[in-house]
Ligand binder design. Structure first.
Ligand code: ATP
Ligand code: MG
Length: 250
């Protein structure tokens, strides 16, 4: 039995009178990739943000390797959780190399030389060693997102959370980012991925979590979920997505 890396217990969150998370629980074992699917506005981003307390949940608990994340330890715990956003969130005034090594240097206090080695290794891994001295403005969207993934990896996270990492990309750039993510999954990285990429979900997910209206309405192995969704909402959602994007695996 592989061990649980991330455990989310009954997370709830309201914004004003709107309850966005209505009790979400799941766990991710080491090496698993959980893919979260669901219509817009159902709380997927809020869920990821509550995990490392970028958004403070109203109630519920989150454990990373059996240690609860609390307001007190969140700064230390957050260092162990990679976060890859839809819009990259790179520092535009820093080169790719500086974007990747700034975390190890400033947060983990790793000496510059060692941090540089770590950063170059991660840039190599995402296929961007030759762009180390480029600024974000000199990179394509796909390259920027790969730098963002290298930046997350450089912190040696226990788990990486991806919030629609390819949604801001032109179609021809999506594949290069998904391919890096697939390699990570194969190498045993533990990941939680919010995406609309059904091909990725089908091929890479250990389990699909289908969110609807602040709860996980349905969960299951990808084969089972895609070929035989149990709820009417999941059926409708898959139908709509395949009409919008096509269903072919990338
Ligand atoms: N900071 C906030 N203040 C108020 N309402 C918010 C805030 N963040 C999110 N919401 C609301 O919470 C709901 C869920 O938003 P969330 O971004 O989590 O959905 P989502 O599933 O990620 O949607 P999408 O697929 O469009 O990214 C939405 O109705 C949104 O308007
Ligand atoms: Mg979102």
């Amino acid at each position: 039995m592989s061990e649980v890396v991330l455990r989310v217990e009954n997370l709830k969150k309201s914004f004003g009178s709107v309850q966005v998370l209505r009790g979400v629980s799941f766990e991710v074992k080491r090496g698993e990739t959980k893919v979260i699917l669901g219509p817009s506005g159902t709380g997927k981003s809020t869920l990821l943000a509550c995990i490392n307390r970028l958004v403070e949940p109203d109630s519920g608990r989150v454990f990373l390797e059996n240690e609860e994340i609390t307001p007190k330890n969140v700064h230390r715990m957050r260092q162990k959780i990679g976060f890859v956003f839809q819009d990259f969130n790179l520092f535009n005034h820093l080169t790719a190399l500086d974007n990747v090594r700034i975390g190890p240097m400033k947060v983990q206090k790793i000496p510059k030389e060692e941090a540089t080695q770590i950063a170059l290794e991660q840039l190599r891994k995402v296929g961007l060693l030759d762009k180390a001295n480029h600024y974000p403005s000199q990179l394509s969207g796909g390259q920027k997102q790969r730098v963002a993934i290298a930046r997350a990896l450089a912190m040696r996270p226990k788990v990486i959370l991806f919030d629609e990492p390819t949604s801001a990309l032109d179609p021809e750039l999506i594949g290069e980012v998904l391919s890096v993510m697939m390699d990570l999954a194969k190498e045993g990285m533990t990941m939680v991925v919010v995406t609309h990429e059904l091909g990725f979900a089908r091929n890479v997910a250990s389990e699909i979590l289908f969110m609807e209206d602040g709860v996980i309405l349905e969960r299951g192995a990808p084969d089972e979920f895609f070929s035989n969704p149990k709820t009417e909402r999941a059926k409708q959602f898959l139908k709509k997505l395949s009409e919008l994007y096509g269903e072919k695996p990338r």
